[in-house]
Design a protein around this ligand. Sequence first.
Ligand code: SF4
Length: 469
Amino acid sequence: MAGPQTMFDKIWNRHVIVQRDDGQCLLYIDRHLAHDGSFHAFTMLRQDDRSVRRPQQVFATPDHYSPTDVRTIDAIENDELREKVAILDENAKEFGVPHFGIDDERMGIVHVIGPELGITQPGIFLVCGDSHTSTHGAMGAIACGIGASEVAHVLATQCLWQSKPKTMRITVNGTIGFGVTGKDVILAIIGQISAAGGAGYAIEYAGSGIEQLSMEGRLTVSNMSIEAGCRMGIIAPDQKTYDYLEGRPYAPKGAEWDKALAYWKTLPTDDGATFDREVTVDGDAIAPMVTWGNSPENVIQVTDVVPDPAQEPNAERRESMLNALDYMDLKAGMPMSEVAVDRVFIGSCTNSRIEDLRLAADVVKGRRAVVPSMISPGSTQVKAAAEAEGLDKIFADAGFEWRHSACSMCVGLNGDSVDPGVRTASTSNRNFRGRQGPGSRTHLVSPAMAAAAAVTGKFTDVRQLMEEK
Ligand code: SF4
């Protein structure tokens, strides 16, 4: 009889079709999400005269290139963007793949609509040609980003060769405090283990601090696993997961739901199962976080000062810090709460779900943005839900731009970008040089912290603004 197993091992082992002598496993893939950057893979299929093996297990949506100001292909003015969005539409039709086009009410960022539509479920193996596919692990699934040729392989065979990563459990103890969100939790984790700390591992997030988070908060945590160098970040399904999923369009129904639920309840890691590495994080100590450099590991609490490279003993790291401070135009020792921002972006697959928008609206209500601020909801459904609650009105009254759904200013492929030298408080996941546009300066924060920056014009401890209400 098998000994205690981790959740990761249980799901992985169930998907192994065959294992080679070198350890590589051929895995069965349950769900495959495709976006408008997947055109190379469809071209490869066409060149090799192949079809899509299981088209009903593939779901496509044009999130990367869709502009946020229009909702039909014909209305897209930019020729390149229009072509990218149209090509996915054509590929989906030709290969028989379900497609949530720019004008479809189910359209949105792949990592938002997967859970939202119930496509992402516990126990499945899900892939997508995008590194933030780790997001879906929050539902108790193994999910990872894959390259273009792997996308073509999965389309053609519904299988994928992978080597099994080692396992790491990150246990967040204690209680997550007032004004602290899933974004702050994952930034604190990356600050602790570094941007390379998860390399070679699949992470399981556990502990009271993770259990306490909503599904939206957990999705944010798993989303940024890749920023810790790890391709897969999984969280055990629990009642919150089941409540979130029940009734969603692609979730099982009736007897199938009961059967699925019985299986999902077997997934959590067994008592006594061992991990290759264990990390403990003090959840009580986590505060609202802000990044100061060009890696998500360059992160401090909003109440801290910008770190001093002179205090860094490692020469390579010291050089990297100096370069980051130069690029970000910051000085060591500056209180982060005195750093002025030029603009604010709330969106991306990290933080654009309904709870994120509610948190931001709570902060913004009755106040005015003092810098240009923009919101791109994570999906058309999130946008509709927010409008039904009147959140769009709160944001409009505060002077925010209320746009349509897309990846938008997270990466700037759709034309929503940040100008050179402009400092942005952004709810996205990458603060690399030029990520939001050449020369752009990105600081990663939670939606509540982004809202606080919008109404004060600087990085402000959102807990103060929340207490004032
Ligand atoms: S929102 Fe950003 S990180 Fe997420 S899928 Fe789009 S481009 Fe990638």
